[in-house]
Unconditional design. Structure first.
Length: 131
């Protein structure tokens, strides 16, 4: 997802796509303040994933929300949050097998479970009315 509200200054080159995940139970604020002529600040809710573009030399400050205040809890270089570039296989749009532009490769691994040991029939208890 491109950063469209606050685009990078034109003199900034070497922008990268980054991802930060708030793995805490508190609201956080992600801020990049070391890039001149650019303002970046976003609220990141617990469990939320923030995807953004930033200069490679940018540094994300993570401020964790407390009662009526926020404390600086971490500083992370943007190049450590950089998303991996897709492989040529993932970008392959040559549809020689007739599947079009949709990549049908599995995105997650299957989970192997033993159904026989973990499923039991549900017993329904009947209620009788008393007059």
């Amino acid at each position: 997802m491109a950063q469209i509200l606050d685009p990078l200054p034109p003199e900034q080159s070497g922008k990268i796509l980054c991802c930060y995940i708030n793995a805490t139970s508190k609201i956080q604020i992600a801020r990049i303040s070391n890039i001149p002529n650019w303002y970046f600040e976003r609220v990141v809710f617990p469990g939320q994933r923030l995807v953004f573009e930033a200069p490679r030399k940018g540094q994300v400050e993570i401020h964790t929300g407390m009662m009526a205040s926020a404390i600086l809890s971490d500083k992370i270089p943007c190049d450590r949050l950089m998303l991996d570039e897709p492989s040529p296989y993932e970008l392959d749009t040559d549809s020689s097998d007739g599947e079009g532009l949709i990549n049908t490769r599995a995105m997650v691994q299957q989970i192997n479970t033993k159904i026989g040991d973990s499923t039991k029939p549900l017993q329904i208890v009947g209620l009788a009315s008393v007059d």
